[in-house]
Design a protein around this ligand. Structure first.
Ligand code: ZN
Ligand code: ZN
Length: 357
């Protein structure tokens, strides 16, 4: 990973608005210097960077950190960073206001005294992280491929009477056996009426004899997340069930077809929504169409209603419209796509035909 380039881009983006940036959000720390520990603060100033961590991470920091000096502090890394800020007489420090708690900000202010101002810098690193470099794309492809292999395992375990958690367990066990570091979020197995809950984490509810089952899951591999959803039907489906499935599938395809560098992300959302409107399902599509994926499962950009931000080549986003009808059930289909200048590449290698188990 080209950490010096990333640090230089952050510094260039901030320009003279701050003297240095205090990076506290751990995925951003990792993105800028490679450190994956749970306690770390990175101070980026021009083209130099210092990572502050504690004694538990001495060996790990030595192995992982690149393009930054490592300081092992006795107390909080944040306060160790504050000491350096004071010593170097830095006056304007950028902080990640959306990630630093009120009490941490208060402690920092107290440690720095009145001579230094804290300026909240929103999304400075996240903005860079939206565009994936070749190494990141390769890692995400590997995570997506591993994730997609888990679908068959899950499908094999789906039978009426089996608990949703058992399906999740089989899927997650297979993920770990295949080398996943973790699941990228709580596995969703939502069956029957529960499939109408967009975020129905696997519960002890038994799979019913008839109904949809929404499976939404992802793995973390080499630090990068995957995210996919497939919906299957258990037992005999009705014509209405199949119509609903096809409408969501067509909405997903319409959104995929709308993806291209330069297109506002809201336009991609609109493509999915207008197809669902034709099917009378627009009001049952209660979330946004997609999100960026990378070191975190949800990261910018958002593919949502009214978003004017243009997509850029190198972004990796999900396309995941759905329809959720209370007491009846829900359908969602989700792939990850890589935005290109001419369109997009669908990364998720799994079929989307209607499956009746
Ligand atoms: Zn998902
Ligand atoms: Zn998603």
């Amino acid at each position: 990973m080209d950490y010096p380039r990333r640090q230089a881009l952050v510094a260039a983006q901030l320009g003279k608005s701050v003297d240095a940036l205090l990076v506290t959000h751990l995925p951003n720390v990792r993105y800028l210097c490679g450190f994956t520990g749970s306690s770390g603060v990175l101070l980026v100033k021009g083209n130099t960077a210092v990572l502050f961590t504690d004694g538990r991470y001495t060996a790990q920091a030595r192995n992982q950190v690149q393009a930054a000096r490592v300081v092992i502090g006795k107390g909080s890394p944040l306060l160790a960073a504050a000491q350096v800020v004071q010593r170097r007489k830095l006056r304007k420090i950028g902080i990640e206001g959306e990630h630093l708690t009120v009490s941490a900000q208060a402690a920092l202010r107290k440690a720095l005294g009145t001579g230094t101002r804290l300026l909240s810098v929103t999304g400075a690193v996240e903005k860079l992280r939206m565009i994936k470099d070749a190494e990141e794309v390769a890692r995400i492809r590997a995570a997506v491929d591993l994730g997609a292999t888990l679908l068959d395992t899950a499908l094999q375990s789906i039978r009426p009477g089996v608990k949703e958690t058992e399906v999740a367990a089989e899927l997650e066990y297979a993920a770990r056996r295949a080398g996943a570091e973790a699941m990228s979020f709580e596995t969703i197995v939502a069956s029957g009426a529960r499939s109408a809950m967009p975020h129905g984490a696997a519960s002890v509810a038994p799979i019913p004899a008839r109904g949809f089952v929404v499976l939404d899951f992802g793995v973390i591999l080499h630090g990068y997340c995957s995210d996919m959803t497939r919906t299957v039907h258990v037992g005999k489906s009705s014509a209405g069930d199949r119509r609903m499935y096809e409408a969501v599938r067509e909405a997903q395809q319409a959104a995929i077809d709308a993806v291209r560098a330069g297109v506002a992300s809201g336009q991609v959302d609109r493509a999915a929504r207008s197809r669902l409107r034709q099917a009378g399902l627009a009001r049952h599509f209660t979330h946004s169409t997609g999100h960026g994926v990378g070191l975190e499962i949800h990261e910018p950009p958002r593919i949502a209603r009214g978003q004017r931000e243009p997509l850029q080549a190198g972004m990796i986003v999900t396309i995941e419209p759905g329809a959720y009808v209370a007491d009846r059930g829900g359908v969602r289909i989700e792939d990850m796509v890589l935005v290109t200048d001419t369109g997009c590449e669908v990364l998720t290698p799994a079929p989307k035909d209607f499956i009746e188990l």
